[in-house]
Design a protein around this ligand. Structure first.
Ligand code: PEP
Ligand code: MG
Length: 759
């Protein structure tokens, strides 16, 4: 928890008077630096402002030569001031001229000063200037002084940002320049809207208070309201995602009731700052710690704290603390692009009905919980867009192109026109796919191909109606665990599985048991040190070694089936014994449930996911016990090509459409047929028309994929005559050495197979 904090009350009061006074911006800042120098017994106090050309210009000083104001300019990374601007962190130095980064500026007359303390002036997470104090003598400023100067910098931020002109232009770069940034596609689609910053900005008008007692009461009322709003969320129905997300919210609630947090905020308010300023200060501290924390568990906690700060700011602004509705914005009003450093799944859910056009996250985390939820909500989402919160201001127009992985802030007319064309094309495409929804999924020569969905949240189930998919080929049960902070209780698991089965009705659902480990670690799990987590203690290995956790899940599945059919598949089975062991546990759980008066499923089907190549050579052994095989090409191909699926530089290096991979999959399918094991494919490649064409060409007739693939794949397969494509395709695989991708493309072209999105 934070250390003690003190800014002299007198200084706060005087600062407030200076801020409130009617005067020129330059005069105001001059008064501020004089005041700070006097109170902190500093010989020098200066303010540098970032210009629109990213230089740092001296805009006010007490102690340095007055003639240097608006004349001294430094590069953004120059000198000690530049170091602070670059790092965004305070810097305290006993003898500045001896520091290697010191940059001597004779025009300022700063020769005799030794001690130096500087802090960044931050606004919306962006460094907009630097505030420094200096002393003649060599000394190190203490923590309280660093702390005080940071608080003053916070108070100054808006004045520096808005009032102070720099030479030659006063424009804030964010207000003018259109820019284009790149990000990683977390949820596919296109979106255009006004930027909505998830983290509230505190207005400078609300930094001070005249009446600290009244302000302390206001703060304590807000804290109570915050707790009440969390209570309400706890009882609200957010079952769309995880049955009951109590664990996440309970963790927030505990943090919100922390007396240390409240005491610290009150202490700040009693120094003469407003409740908003106190919370903003706390948020900055959490953010800085977050930036420096490497441990993922600590990062999660610090993020929760930052999130609470934001919620409390919203409560103080008059909303109930939820992200939607802050600033008086109406849910479902004009399209907005949500911009956040990062988001928790519960926060994102709060935006569920507010018609977000897109989401941009600063952090990169394709498997992040918010990304999982965003995909399920069908909102175009880009992640890993470093610096977005610095580049965009509230209300800026933003185009999010989550088809190509780019975004344009303040786009010009050409970009807007191009966007509109792309959007229309996408809409037409979607409409064409929609029209196919109820058409049979059958090739031209009458072969039925079953198209199923990959899902992981209750929200995904909507896609079944929208796409006309025939069931859930892969239900990733670990998502419920990943979006929660603590292990979901059995009741929550039963609730979710039941919801899925109810929704599916007569359509089949294949529940994949917990696939944890590798890239899918539980938030609180002790990861241990694994050199190669993808090859490590994960999936069925982890489940069999943790039978308590695994059995609870199996029990929940049996209970959810409630006498109906149940289909379960086990992830990353490498040898047949693992499958036998897992299946035996399932059977024991059925017996256990029956002994306690619950109904046994009327039909139990068990399958193995073929993800480790070794299993391809144990299919005969497996056939005595398994009912089906599901080929998980995401993992299978990474093991087959020895290329980590999480590392783009290698994962995109090996083409699935290559003879080794296709010959291997051909062998797998034939082996399955020989042993009378039904087989399907459920990796991402099944959602790409060309790859799916290869799969059906090999004889795979059941494909499970993300919802976005169903339309394009159905369109493709309805244009294929397998009796002509199959033999030519096989000849290309077995009797030719030419580039296989090109060969397949040319066969498809000649046979007029609809591979493109349109036309
Ligand atoms: C796979 O590996 O192909 C698969 C479907 O499972 P996941 O992507 O969840 O590892
Ligand atoms: Mg897998």
């Amino acid at each position: 928890m934070p250390q003690s904090f003190s800014v002299p009350r007198l200084l706060i009061n005087r600062l407030r008077d200076v801020m409130a006074g009617d005067m020129e911006a330059d005069t105001r800042l001059q008064k501020v630096v004089t005041l700070i120098a006097g109170t902190m017994v500093a010989d020098v106090c200066s303010i540098y402002k970032r210009t629109d050309t990213d230089e740092l210009e001296l805009v006010a000083t007490e102690g340095l030569a007055a003639t240097a104001v608006h004349q001294t300019r430094m590069a953004f990374d120059e000198g000690l001031v530049g170091q602070i601007a670059l790092s965004g962190e305070p810097l305290s130095i006993q003898d500045a001229p001896r520091h290697p980064a010191f940059s001597y500026r004779p025009e300022t007359g700063e020769d005799p000063y030794h001690a130096f303390l500087g802090v960044p002036i931050l606004r919306g997470g962006r460094v907009i200037g630097v505030l420094t104090v200096q002393n003649r003598t060599e000394r190190l400023y203490d923590e309280d002084e660093v702390d005080s100067l940071q608080t003053i910098a916070m108070v100054l931020a808006e004045v520096v940002a808005s009032d102070v002109p720099t030479q030659p232009s006063s424009a804030d770069p964010r207000e003018s320049r259109p820019i284009t940034l790149r990000g990683r596609i977390l949820g596919e689609g296109l979106g255009l809207g006004a930027a909505r910053l998830h983290d509230p900005i505190v207005s400078p008008a609300r930094y001070f208070t005249d009446d600290p007692d009244a302000e302390a009461r206001r703060l304590s009322t807000a804290l109570r309201q915050l707790q009440a709003s969390l209570d309400r969320m706890l009882t609200n129905d957010v079952s769309a995602i995880f049955g009951e997300p109590r664990e996440v919210l309970e963790a927030y609630k505990m943090l919100a009731s922390d007396p240390m947090w409240a005491a610290r905020l009150e202490e700040t308010v009693r120094s003469g700052l407003s409740a908003e300023a106190a919370v903003d200060r706390s948020r900055r501290e959490h953010r800085i710690k977050l930036e420096n924390a490497a441990d993922p568990y600590l990062r999660e906690r610090l993020h929760d704290l930052e999130d609470l700060d934001n919620r409390l700011l919203r409560v103080l602004a008059g909303s109930d603390g939820s992200a939607v509705g802050a600033d008086g914005a109406e849910a479902g009003a004009a399209s907005e692009v949500l911009i956040a450093r990062r988001l928790g799944p519960a926060e994102l859910l709060e935006y569920r009905n507010s018609g977000l056009a897109a989401i941009i996250l600063e952090e990169v985390a394709p498997s992040s919980h918010a990304a999982i939820v965003a995909r399920a909500l069908g909102i175009p989402t880009l992640g890993g867009v470093a610096g977005i919160s610095n580049a965009v201001a509230q209300g800026d127009q933003v185009i999010v192109d989550a088809e190509q992985g780019t975004l344009h802030v303040r786009p010009d007319q050409d970009l807007l026109t191009a966007y509109e064309t792309r959007r229309l094309m996408r809409t037409e495409r979607q409409a064409a796919f929609q029209a196919l929804k109820d058409q049979p999924s059958r090739t031209r020569d009458g072969v039925d191909i079953k198209l199923m969905l990959n899902a992981g949240l209750a929200l995904d189930m909507d896609a079944m109606e929208k796409t006309g998919a025939e069931g859930i080929g892969l239900f990733r049960t670990e998502f419920q665990f990943l979006v929660s902070d603590t292990l979901p209780k059995m009741e929550s698991q039963i609730g979710l599985y039941r919801q899925i089965l109810d929704y599916a009705g007569n359509r089949p659902v294949h529940f994949r048991t917990l696939d944890l480990g590798g890239d899918k670690m539980l938030p609180n799990a002790n990861k241990g040190e694994e050199e190669n987590p993808a090859l490590g203690w994960r999936s069925i290995r982890f489940a069999l070694d943790r039978p308590g956790l695994f059995r609870r899940q199996l029990r929940a599945l049996v209970r959810a089936a409630d006498g109906g059919p149940l289909s379960v598949m086990f992830p990353m089975v490498t040898k047949a014994e693992e499958f036998f062991e897992a299946k035996a546990l399932l059977m024991e759980e059925i017996e256990w449930s029956v002994a306690r008066g619950f109904q046994a499923p009327c039909e139990v089907r068990t399958g193995a996911m073929l993800e480790a190549p070794a299993l391809a050579f144990s299919l005969g052994e497996l056939a005595s016990e398994a009912d089906f095989i599901s080929v998980g090409t995401n993992d299978l191909l990474q093991f087959f090509f020895a290329a980590d699926r999480m590392v783009p530089s290698v994962s995109e290096r090996y083409d699935f459409i290559s003879r080794p991979a296709l010959r291997f999959l051909d062998m797998v399918r034939q082996e399955c047929e020989r042993h009378q094991l039904p087989v399907s494919v459920c990796g991402e490649i099944a959602s790409h028309p060309l790859e799916a064409l290869c799969l059906i060409g090999l004889g795979y007739h059941t494909l499970s994929m993300p919802a976005s693939g169903v339309g394009p794949v159905k369109r493709m397969l309805r244009s294929v005559d397998l009796s002509t494509f199959g033999p030519e395709f096989r000849a290309a695989i077995y009797d030719s050495n030419a580039d296989l991708r090109n060969e397949v493309l040319s066969i498809a072209d000649i046979q007029k197979i609809a591979l493109k999105d349109h036309g």
